[in-house]
Design a protein around this ligand. Structure first.
Ligand code: GSH
Length: 383
């Protein structure tokens, strides 16, 4: 249990149905870091955007008044402030691959998660109604109107606007279905992805698997039927406590049963990050990508330029021995060349390296990306 006063008395601003809020809540619960949970409405979301420079959730406010944004950077900072069972593995090779898998879960499962929520009628009606009644509760409009508005906004932005078409829909769904198969194979033999303790890889996968796939009606039914061990793992991570697991071991190295995930990182995720970076450098709003026979026209996403930059920098910071082991494994999985397919351009995000402590003044360099491209990280470029 943490004794650090900096981690006492924090508030977490989020939504009970949000991907990244669920990920951070699972982490804080595991670390037994107490927090006040604030369910966002439109007014408090504006306050968060003003304070952090990012219109995204979750956001954390510490007792000393400072704000944090971005779950990866927030967890990274919190890990430096607490003791007890490690969430970011000490072993540099495990650390690199946990970060890589977390990034893949954050970004590459986002599209299928949003697709299942907003493309299926049962799911979109339910979640549209919930957002209208919960997050939009401070808007003086009838509930039906709020529901219609938010449902259309989410479909425009996260289905049509995120490149999902009737022609590539089955491919988008296959990203979820294949991850269920891979995770089921891992989790039938051990409680967490890297052994007896949850790590960043588990919390990363909690983003899509918890608030979306295990709870939205259509993907949840698939999970219950096809991947009961994954369904059980979601609850296990949610209920895990560092103080109870402190003496438990991680595996040595990165297990072979991570290979299918790492191969997908190399075959699809890293190539999409590289194509996104090329388009961002050229100042384009969209780019085309063909993956496993599926054609996509995707909006440029500035956050994902930052993702590629961070992954490359994480590799470059490794000591020679660890770097050799990491590159050999990436090579084995077909992910080494794709990691270096493109050098991530500097888009002016977080120019002073302050993450997670961003503010409206420090989030973007002066005159960086146009406003329409930087409202929130999962916004694509101007549409
Ligand atoms: N990389 C960020 C992503 C945060 C994010 O995209 N959150 C979503 C909700 S789960 C959001 O705020 N979206 C804004 C919107 O839909 O306008 C993190 O790790 O915190």
């Amino acid at each position: 249990m943490t004794q650090n006063p900096l981690l006492s008395g924090m508030s977490v601003y989020g939504l009970d149905l949000s991907y990244f809020t669920g990920k951070l809540q699972a982490y804080l619960r595991y670390c037994e870091i107490p927090f006040d949970y604030v369910d966002l409405d439109i007014g408090t979301m504006r306050k968060v955007a003003k304070a952090t420079g990012m219109a995204q959730m979750p956001a954390v406010q510490l007792a000393d008044g400072r704000w944090l944004t971005d779950t990866t950077a927030t967890i990274g900072w919190m890990e430096t402030q607490r003791s007890g069972a490690e969430v970011i593995p000490h072993d540099p090779v495990q650390r690199f691959f946990s970060l890589l898998v977390e990034d893949y879960a954050d970004e590459w499962l986002w599209r299928p998660a949003l697709h299942y929520r907003w493309s299926y009628e049962t799911d979109s009606r339910l979640m549209g109604r919930r957002i209208a009644a919960e997050m939009m509760r401070d808007l003086p409009l009838p509930l039906g109107l709020r529901t219609a508005f938010i449902t259309k906004r989410q479909q425009d932005k996260y289905v049509r606007g995120d490149g999902i078409t009737p022609a590539n829909r089955a491919h988008v769904e296959s990203i979820y279905l294949r991850n269920l198969v891979w995770l089921e194979a891992i989790l039938k033999d051990r409680p967490f992805l890297l052994g007896e303790l949850p790590t960043l890889a588990d919390f990363g996968f909690m983003g899509p698997m918890f608030r979306h796939f295990s709870l939205d009606p259509t993907p949840a039914r698939i999970m219950r039927e096809q991947a009961p061990a994954v369904f059980e793992w979601v609850a296990r991570v949610w209920n895990a406590k560092a103080s109870r697991l402190a003496d438990q071991p991680l595996l040595e190295g990165v297990p072979q049963d991570w290979s299918p995930i790492l191969r997908d990182v190399g075959a699809s995720y890293l190539p999409s990050l590289a194509a996104n970076a090329v388009a961002a450098r050229a100042g384009l709003s969209h780019f085309e990508l063909s993956l496993e026979g599926a054609a996509y026209r995707l909006p440029v996403n500035l956050n994902r330029v930052h993702c590629l930059k961070s992954l490359q920098a994480t590799y470059q910071a490794l000591e020679p021995d660890a770097a050799e082991t990491v590159s050999a494994r990436l090579e084995q999985e077909g992910a080494w060349q794709p990691l270096w397919g493109e050098t991530a351009p500097d888009m002016g995000f977080d120019p002073e390296g302050r993450l997670p402590f961003l503010t409206a003044e420090t989030a973007w360099a002066k005159g960086a990306a146009p406003k329409a491209m930087r409202r929130s990280v999962h916004d694509g470029a101007a549409r």
